[in-house]
Design a protein around this ligand. Structure first.
Ligand code: FRU
Length: 473
């Protein structure tokens, strides 16, 4: 993201009326299967955690305006990571600052001592952004905690805050993970520039800085997690990500993280930022959500949306390299209606098998043999998604929204999966090899097209699933 001005943001009176108008969840640009707040602004997903059948999504929220400011943690819960119910805001600005980004864990061993009854404590880590409100004037950026002893219904800020004093500048965005071999908690924290810190704690309250790393071309919102390598049984690796999803893969040697692979990008789109994975997911899953930053929502009572959750697989990929493959979580498929299907259809220039099909929410699953086509792809409500092949001396690429990324043919075919919502489009190539998320404003009256230029292509298979709204289920 291009950094917003962090300091002293007034709550613009002009936006209040819009933000307070009741949400219908059916507005023209309201995403129908991506989370957006009922009213007001959101940016980063925060505190993604699972406990006793409920997924929690906290989010950077301005309850008073459709612009960034007055940072508060909003809260929504779900039983499937797809249908969300927004509840009361949980962290309100205080004299230490407004409430910037952070994370959550379930404290299974009650290392914090916050447990009072049956429920294990759920502990939130957040940045108190001192100096971003008149009430916190003169305070630095520090890291604080809040906890729930009732399974995530209510949260209390810890009386001993801050738990991490200011280290440097506007250090922020703590993400906490349990490191089983040392039986210690590890916090990764954005420090400055491209530099992040690793801190450790026995009890979530006392933290010690023990390592710093830099990761090129990213800053803010770190995440750190261990994943099994799918195609190397018995091997697991640690992954470190920055806000734009750029990541390092490596190992933890004793306590220190040692990157082993050059920085890679988890996505090649234009609107994917402040990534975070869920903590404590059942079944050893690793699922990431992001803020689809930078979308425009003129006239709406809300602003910004989250990506759908992406399921990660870590695979050995080429010599001594490891790569994350990202696809929409399987739970998204429960929103699919009866598909329109095609198979083994020859597609000639000038033809459009999708002519006359209407609808603004689709899950599209396609396998295409470009044949002799120079370009083959979709035009969806005005947005083109083009697979370009057969050009001497050039890689085959997927192009959309002014971005282009290499995407190879396998046995002469390319696989595309496209999630089309009212104001976003997420494209996945070859079962997670490539992810390209974008926000967009559809063209009024523009329909759906599947087209080819420069030669005949073959649609090996195409399924178009109309999507049900998560707000109507
Ligand atoms: C990332 C970010 C974080 C910060 C938050 C403030 O988008 O700038 O670094 O905590 O947003 O809203």
């Amino acid at each position: 993201m291009t950094r917003r001005t962090l300091l002293h943001l007034p709550i613009a009176a002009a936006g209040l009326a819009a933000a307070e108008s009741p949400a219908r969840y059916d507005e023209k640009l309201r995403p129908q299967f991506h989370f957006s707040p009922a009213t007001g602004w959101t940016n980063d997903p925060n505190g993604l955690v699972f406990y006793k059948g409920q997924y929690h999504l906290f989010f950077q929220h301005n309850p008073f305006d459709v612009k960034w400011g007055n940072m508060t943690w909003g809260h929504a819960v779900s039983t499937d990571m797809v249908h969300w119910k927004q509840g009361d805001n949980v962290l309100l600005p205080d004299k230490l600052g407004t409430m910037f980004s952070g994370s959550a864990v379930v404290d299974w061993t009650n290392s914090s001592g916050f447990q009072t009854g049956e429920d294990k404590p759920i502990v939130l880590f957040y940045t108190a952004a001192g100096g971003t409100s008149p009430e916190s004037k003169g305070q630095p950026f520090t890291q604080c905690i809040a906890y729930s002893s009732d399974g995530g219904k209510t949260f209390t800020k810890y009386a001993g805050n801050p738990v991490v004093p200011n280290i440097v500048g506007e250090n922020r965005d703590p993400k906490v993970v349990w490191h089983a071999p040392t039986r210690r908690w590890v916090m990764v924290l954005f420090l400055d520039g491209n530099t992040y810190g690793f801190l450790t704690s026995p009890d979530l309250k006392k933290w010690t800085l023990f390592q710093k790393i830099s990761i090129p071309k990213t800053s803010e919102c770190p995440d750190f997690f261990e994943m099994p390598v799918e195609n190397e049984p018995g091997v697991s690796k640690w992954v470190f990500t920055g806000a734009n999803g750029n990541y390092l893969v490596g190992s933890v040697d004793g306590r220190r993280f040692e990157p082993e692979v050059m920085t890679q990008a988890v996505q090649e789109g234009a609107n994917y930022y402040a990534v975070q994975t869920f903590s404590d997911l059942p079944g050893n899953r690793r699922v990431q959500m992001s803020w689809m930053s930078g979308g425009q929502y003129p006239g709406m009572p809300f602003s910004q949306q989250m990506s759908v959750p992406y399921e990660f697989r870590l695979r050995k990929h080429g010599y001594a390299s490891y790569k994350i493959f990202a696809t929409p979580i399987r739970e998204v498929e429960a929103l699919r209606g009866t598909p329109k299907t095609w198979s083994d259809v020859a597609l000639k220039p000038g033809e459009n098998p999708l002519a006359g099909i209407a609808g603004d929410g689709w899950d599209i699953v396609a396998e295409i043999d470009p044949g002799s086509a120079r370009e083959v792809g979709f035009r969806l409500r005005g947005r083109t998604v083009t697979y370009r092949s057969n050009e001497k001396g050039r890689n085959n690429t997927l192009e959309t929204g002014g971005k282009s990324a290499p995407l190879a043919l396998n046995a002469g075919r390319v696989k595309l999966r496209i999630l089309l919502d009212r104001s976003s489009i997420e494209i996945f190539g070859n079962d997670g090899e490539l992810a390209m998320p974008f926000c967009f404003i559809p063209e009024d009256g523009a329909g759906l097209e599947l087209l080819t230029t420069g030669g005949e292509a073959k649609v090996v298979s195409l399924k178009m699933y109309p999507m049900t709204s998560i707000w109507r289920a």
